[in-house]
Design a protein around this ligand. Structure first.
Ligand SMILES: [Fe+2]
Length: 304
């Protein structure tokens, strides 16, 4: 293996994978090397550009710590996170769609009861959210667990703030025996992803804004059903068409209807004016997903 050239170098590198014992690892590395080499050839990368790329990835790594994950952010703004999500959560119509988890989920949020306020003490437009968790046959999913989190009106999640005195604007809530849930909060607002690192610089170089349309985060789970990781977006938000992480789906955009009714507000434990939103989450039985995966694997095997 000497005198390698532009023409045969890729094959020489791929040949080095012959002894890799893990078939999936070998498949992934083979494809990665092929695409990486093809990219370098296609753009005829200069040495300066290669070094800029190395320095950029180094800076992304340096920006990461136990609270900040710049690599996930990079994956998000390049559409890789949503592509991985789409490939791994192919669902039939009618089942609630997934979208990105995002970097601000925290395990062990405080539990609240149906009707409670998860934004107690936070300024914002009072909002009432209610709905049901159903299975694909329309059956209620009693006791489904809803993990909820959102940013404040300045666009920050509690984990981004220096001292929040505990978990805020996040909660866990259990649906009742009929799969119904309801909670009070503040209306979510659009916010920028963090731009003080290398990902902010690359967005700028691409001529892109860093905004995400207003949304509430949900993880909806129940034994025997496939977990849904998703958002509900606010209809009318100016960034719905240009979400920086490509996460918007029509089925997840809902009306946060404004009401001035003092009487209704009082009944719901809020002050007028307020917003009201509702949604039905539809979960697929886990057995149905397993069946689909079996079919997909059979098709893949037949293709191979
Ligand atoms: Fe978010």
């Amino acid at each position: 293996m000497r005198n390698l050239t532009e023409a045969n170098l890729t094959d020489a590198v791929l040949a080095k994978l012959e002894g890799a014992p893990d078939a999936r690892f070998k498949q992934i590395m083979t494809s990665l090397i092929q695409h990486l080499h093809a990219f370098v050839r296609e753009v005829e990368l200069t040495e300066e550009e290669w070094m800029t790329g190395i320095q950029f990835l180094t800076a992304v790594g340096h920006k990461c710590d136990d609270k900040r994950q710049e690599f996930i952010l990079l994956s998000d703004v390049l559409g890789v996170s949503m592509l991985v999500d789409a490939i791994n959560h192919r669902r039939p119509g009618g089942v609630t769609e997934n979208t990105v988890l995002g970097p601000f989920y925290v395990h062990g949020a405080p539990e609240i009861r149906n009707g409670d306020d998860m934004a107690a003490g936070w300024k914002g437009e009072p909002t009432y959210v209610a709905g049901r968790v159903l299975g694909t046959d329309g059956e209620p999913v009693p006791g489904a667990l809803l993990d909820l989190w959102q940013s404040n009106t300045e666009g920050f999640y509690d984990v981004q703030l220096a001292d929040t005195g505990g978990r805020q604007l996040r909660a866990r809530l259990r649906a009742d025996d009929e799969g119904r849930f309801r909670f009070r909060t503040i209306k979510p607002t659009a916010y920028p992803v963090p731009t003080d690192g290398p990902v902010g610089q690359i967005l700028d170089r691409m001529g892109r804004h860093p905004m995400r349309p207003a949304h509430l985060h949900f993880i909806v789970s129940a034994p025997g059903y496939e977990t849904v990781v998703t958002h509900l977006f606010v209809e009318g938000d100016p960034y719905l068409e240009s979400d920086v992480v490509f996460g918007v789906k029509n089925s997840l955009v809902i009306d946060f209807k404004r009401s001035d009714s003092e009487a209704e507000a009082e009944k719901l434990g809020l002050k007028a004016p307020f917003c009201k939103a509702s949604y039905e989450f539809v979960l697929r039985p886990a057995a149905a997903r397993a069946k689909q995966q079996k079919v997909t694997s059979a098709v893949d095997a037949a293709r191979a």
